[in-house]
Ligand binder design. Sequence first.
Ligand code: SF4
Ligand code: F3S
Ligand code: FES
Length: 254
Amino acid sequence: MSSYTAHFKVWRGDADGGGLADYQVEVNDGEVVLDIIHRLQATQAADLAVRWNCKAGKCGSCSAEVNGRPRLMCMTRMSVFSREETVTVTPMRTFPVIRDLVTDVSFNYTKAREVPAFVPPQGVAAGEYRMAQQDVERSQEFRKCIECFLCQNTCHVVRDHDENKPAFSGPRFLMRVAELDMHPLDAAAEAGLDRAASAQDEHGLGYCNITKCCTEVCPEGIHITDNALIPLKERAVDRKYDPLVWLGSKIRRR
Ligand code: SF4
Ligand code: F3S
Ligand code: FES
């Protein structure tokens, strides 16, 4: 096994401020950035705060920015950097820092609660639901989400614009609205909820100008923009301007 000494810069601080701290640290073959952060904790910085859990790319806890790119630290191999390169690790920028690499991601939980839940169809007993395989596959892609919030962190609508947070749910939760809107058994419309319209009016879909940065950083490879956000935009526009849908909504309201 070969090893070398890498130069790391890690953001240290809390809500009151902080800065980059320099470390020289051992790296061995096959290690990932999270291994190095753990080595720093074990040898040089016992109080370095970092959130992690599975070390397998499945819990979504170890999100951070490595050399400026939003990544899961446990899935970022040290071999993607040259041995001479300084590796800079900073907390996700869009969320308030608690300490060091740990951020307060409660914005996302607030947004999650704002998405109305699946509405079961009336008159079909649980266990008797039937779905076509292609509908299962379509929502399956969205259900791969591990809630790492890297997409939420990256989207420019909120990344440098805290003021947009109340109005914009972000790609992860607009994708959730799209998933429910595409669900063949969701009976929200019968219950008077137009999910595509509410995406536009209540979850800030119009703020998304399809830059696709969210898709680019998704560690699960979910096509957030192409398969969720753009179809949701199309549905919102179709429903708004389709005269039959308009007439139907008027009749339903009576
Ligand atoms: Fe993470 Fe992808 Fe889910 Fe966004 S959609 S929270 S990037 S797994
Ligand atoms: Fe933001 Fe993704 Fe749209 S990065 S602007 S939500 S395509
Ligand atoms: Fe679970 Fe990285 S520790 S995704």
